[in-house]
Design a protein around this ligand. Structure first.
Ligand SMILES: *Cc1c(COP(=O)(O)O)cnc(C)c1O
Length: 485
């Protein structure tokens, strides 16, 4: 590796002789200055970032990251919900290198294919529920959901029901950031920019028991939240509705774990009206909830499954759609060209990375561990945080977990007094986490984690201790401000 892997001509890495004992030194201020000058970051207030300067991540190993100042950080978010097998897996880099040397790229248009894409399609079909026999590859989760929009509408066209056009999604859902992905998503902030959602996409409420379930049992609330789908289908007319899309557990919306009654009832309603069911498993897939696909956990049989993130553990971008027989049979048998695809659909290097990543998940039995060992242990340890004076509710599912910061606890989670959104308590807490070397994400006042699946019990203990220390620091800070008793 050259001594300066960054911008040519800019001396961003101090020219000292590098060795294991003397790690690479970075000129953080110079990197931050170039960053501010030229790099427009995703989902970022540019002026705020430029005022503060970005944290420069330079290395990863296992569940830890190091920044350019030499600080070690426990990555409780797996990068962005994706580094399931942890950082620094030489096997994946070697598989990528070998594939790049052999065939770095060829497209799958015009009656051509490549070996890793074929192998990966077969592998995905093997680990997916039985009635999935086909895969469509994309470069990301957003593109996969764009593919879903085009695919379900094509499906109904081919069946002679072109008026079945509308897709129902949920408020606060996250389905990506392309025009269709952001339209399917239910994020108000995204809809407010660029005239979204596009026509033919509508939203219903989310099954958020903490926020909306007061006075009801969890199961009763789950049935109520599912009934909003039936209401919407009847309002639109079932003959207009193409599909319903949802994340089994909503991720970016704040790790919202639905009541057990919710998904089976959604399935019943979709079946009753013949509406296609799309499970967006970009976060939930590849072992994160203790199954290869979370649809199995919640007992649903989606017609399409969106995947990305964990399929390559983020080492190389890749996404796609698992296409169940109901849709695939129509697309294939009714003939005609599906006028859709990407230059990088079935990219051989990305597929090689995915194959090696899946091999690691299998060999290290990460799916079973999350289901039977480390997942239940995380559940137990994370639930203990619910006893903290600042925490109104703490829950988890597999390797995603979240806790709600509250001003005063109540007899039940629904009797807690909340902070005002403008107080930005989640962000205050996140500041302490960052300082103490722990990455957790704040969604409003809900603090969430989604750690790498390789995290051990001892590392779970370490993470819980870090979170507790940050909750204590946040509590002391808020007391000083007079915001809590
Ligand atoms: C991240 C995410 C996406 C979008 O994936 P990109 O690769 O960022 O385009 C879609 N759906 C869900 C549930 C996600 O978490």
């Amino acid at each position: 590796m050259s001594s300066n892997p960054l911008a040519p001509g800019a001396a961003l890495v101090a020219s000292v002789k590098q060795s294991a004992a003397r790690p690479r030194l970075y000129d953080t201020a110079a990197i931050q200055q170039l960053d501010s000058a030229h790099y427009l970051h995703p989902f970022t207030n540019f002026q705020d970032l430029n005022a503060k300067g970005a944290r420069v991540m330079v290395r990863g190993e296992g569940i830890y990251l190091w920044d350019s100042q030499g600080s070690k950080i426990l990555d409780g978010m797996s990068g962005l919900w994706c580094v399931n097998v942890g950082y620094g897996r030489t096997r994946i880099s070697e598989a990528v290198y070998r594939q790049m040397e052999t065939l770095p790229f060829y497209n799958s248009f015009f009656n051509t294919t490549n070996v890793p894409a074929v192998q990966l399609a077969a592998k995905l079909v093997e680990i997916a529920p039985l009635y999935f026999n086909h895969v469509f590859f994309t470069g990301s989760g957003s593109e996969a959901n764009d593919t879903n929009v085009r695919m379900v509408r094509r499906y109904w066209d081919l069946l002679g029901q072109p008026q079945r056009h509308t897709i129902i999604s949920r408020h606060n859902a996250y389905h990506g950031s392309t025009v269709a992905g952001a339209s399917l998503g239910g994020m108000d902030g995204m809809h407010a920019q660029g005239g979204l959602p596009i026509p033919g996409i509508v939203h219903i409420g989310q099954p958020n028991y903490f926020e909306s379930g007061k006075g009801m049992s969890e199961d009763a609330f789950g049935l109520l939240a599912a009934s909003w789908l039936e209401e919407k289908i009847l309002e639109l007319g079932p003959e207009q509705v193409a599909a319903f899309i949802g994340e089994p557990v909503q991720g970016a919306g704040g790790v919202l774990i639905p009541p057990a009654s919710y998904w089976p009832e959604i399935q019943r309603i979709c079946d009753k009206y013949g509406v296609l069911l799309i499970a967006d498993e970009v976060i939930c897939g590849f072992g994160r909830l203790g199954k290869w696909f979370a649809s199995e956990l919640f007992g649903i049989k989606p017609d399409l499954i969106t995947f990305a993130k964990g399929v390559t553990s983020g080492y190389v971008p890749l996404g796609g759609v698992l296409v169940g027989d109901r849709v695939a049979d129509v697309l294939i048998d009714k003939g005609g060209e599906f006028n859709h695809g990407f230059t990088y659909s079935g990219h051989p290097v990305a597929c090689a990375a995915a194959l090696e990543n899946i091999r690691i998940i299998e060999e290290e039995e990460l799916v079973r561990k999350v289901a039977e060992d480390t997942g239940p242990y995380l559940k137990k340890r994370f639930a203990e945080l619910g006893g903290h004076p600042l925490v109104g509710h703490a829950d988890s599912c597999g390797f995603v977990a979240g806790l709600n910061l509250v001003r005063r606890k109540g007899a039940t989670m629904h009797d807690c007094q909340l902070f005002e959104p403008e107080q930005g308590v989640g962000m205050i807490c996140r500041g302490y986490l960052f300082d103490k070397g722990m990455i957790m994400r704040a969604v409003g006042d809900r603090m969430i984690v989604a750690p790498p699946l390789v995290m051990t019990r001892a590392q779970i203990d370490e993470m819980i201790a870090l979170i507790r220390a940050c909750l204590d620091a946040t509590h002391a800070d808020l007391r000083e401000r007079g915001w809590v008793a």
